[in-house]
Design a protein around this ligand. Structure first.
Ligand code: NAD
Length: 373
């Protein structure tokens, strides 16, 4: 029997937090899902040869380089994963598309709307597939939530409350990083983009926004001990109105002391409601007004094989998936789209849409008025 499949050869740019997560995702997706290709981790790039070499050894790549252009020019590669800082996304992605590679780019797609627009145009000039890393959308509990909403069990949806909060910038002494760069840095682009993607995934397009962004920590020290003025937002909130008629709010906050991973939402309807917290990512809570009054209450839906594709990882309910498995699910769907089995799950146009929301919220905050998206 011949088990051989065509190869999909992968190059990863950046070996930090997300670089490692991508590697894990590719390795797991290849083994857990029935994919049309064999996924091969071939080459990795990082800022210098020492970092790149050591990442290649540790993560199982055949080659490494200190120049990302070498990956783009490598004829052996079919797919480029971009896990480098946001300011590099556009140049790398457009070069990769021009070199006929599929592109998997971390969120946010790019720091500015002009750049994301250029990236969309470049993607439309090729037949190569694109994907932006909005991994929370790959949680089986999100498809379950969407199914409950579409079934009408919540009645007419009246409101949405979403938050993405963490505390990794809460110490005023923590250093200035690329996440503080004036163009494209800031909490709304970094964390708020995730909750905006979740809001639209579950309830459809947002049509109007009224934002309020603040910079709480006004200065930070660089690695060479220079004081740098902070021009980006630490906390952003926004009132939103959906096209459907529902209203709501989102908050993005990286000063939320003690809060490690709050990607949470509550959705209320005329007949029921659901709520979710990323810190308990295998649970979805569902309240139905149709339940008998004396037993009414939020019921916990615990992830199990019925919440597909949980079954691919584990046959037993309640054993739980984690953050890295969400990346493997995102990758498996992207790979299926490369083989034209399904549409691209979240392509550059979808990433551009999220950047449009971020940009409109910032403008609305500056103008102190509601704006149409
Ligand atoms: P990180 O700082 O941990 O890693 C970035 C890596 O890129 C580092 O290894 C750095 O040395 C490398 N790099 C910098 N300049 C480079 C260059 N010129 N060429 C090659 N490599 C270069 O950052 P991170 O947290 O992994 O974030 C990377 C991207 O992932 C960002 O776009 C971020 O917004 C995104 N991100 C997404 C999620 C998610 O849940 N989807 C979570 C965290 C970060």
């Amino acid at each position: 029997m011949n088990f051989s499949k065509p190869n999909l050869n992968i190059g990863v740019i950046g070996s930090g937090f997300m670089g490692k997560t991508h590697v894990y995702g590719f390795a797991i997706a290849d083994r857990v899902f029935d994919l049309p290709y064999k996924l091969n981790l071939i080459s990795i790039a990082d800022v210098n040869s020492k970092v790149a070499n050591s990442a290649a050894k540790k993560l199982g790549f055949q080659k490494s380089t200190a120049n990302w252009m070498n990956l783009i020019n490598d004829k052996q590669l079919d797919l480029i994963s971009i896990t480098a800082p946001n300011s590099l996304h556009k140049d790398i992605a457009i070069s990769a598309l021009k070199a006929n590679k599929h592109v998997y780019c971390e969120k946010p797609l790019a720091p500015t709307l002009n750049e994301t627009q250029e990236m969309v145009e470049a993607s439309k000039r090729t037949n190569k597939k694109t994907q932006v890393g909005f991994n929370y959308l790959s949680n089986p509990m999100f498809s379950t939530a969407k199914e409950i909403i579409s079934s009408g069990d919540l009645g007419e949806i009246t409101s949405f409350r979403g938050i993405h909060a963490e505390d990794y910038m809460s110490d005023p002494k923590s250093p200035y990083t690329w996440r503080h760069e004036p163009v494209g840095g800031g909490v709304l682009a970094d964390l708020g983009s995730h909750i905006l993607a979740t809001a639209e995934y579950l309830l459809g397009p947002i049509k109007q926004v009224m934002g309020d962004s603040t910079t709480v920590i006004k200065k930070r020290k660089t690695s060479d001990n220079k004081s740098k003025k902070i021009k980006i937002d630490d906390i952003s909130r926004c009132f939103i109105r959906f096209k459907s008629g529902a209203s709501g709010s989102i908050e993005a906050n990286w000063l939320a002391t003690g809060c490690k991973m709050k990607h949470d939402f509550e959705i209320y309807g005329t007949k029921g409601s659901i709520k979710f917290s990323q810190e308990r990512l295998n649970e979805l809570y569902f309240f139905s007004s149709n339940d008998k009054k004396n037993v009414q209450g939020f019921r916990k839906i615990e992830a199990g094989p019925a919440n597909k594709p949980y079954d691919r990882f584990c046959v037993a309910p309640g054993h739980q998936l984690g953050f890295n498995e969400l990346k493997a699910i995102e990758i498996s769907n992207f790979v299926k789209s490369i083989n034209n089995e399904i549409p691209e799950p979240f392509n550059f146009s979808s990433g551009h849409r999220i950047q449009k929301l971020v940009d409109t919220i910032h403008r609305s905050s500056r103008q102190k008025s509601w704006l149409r998206v």
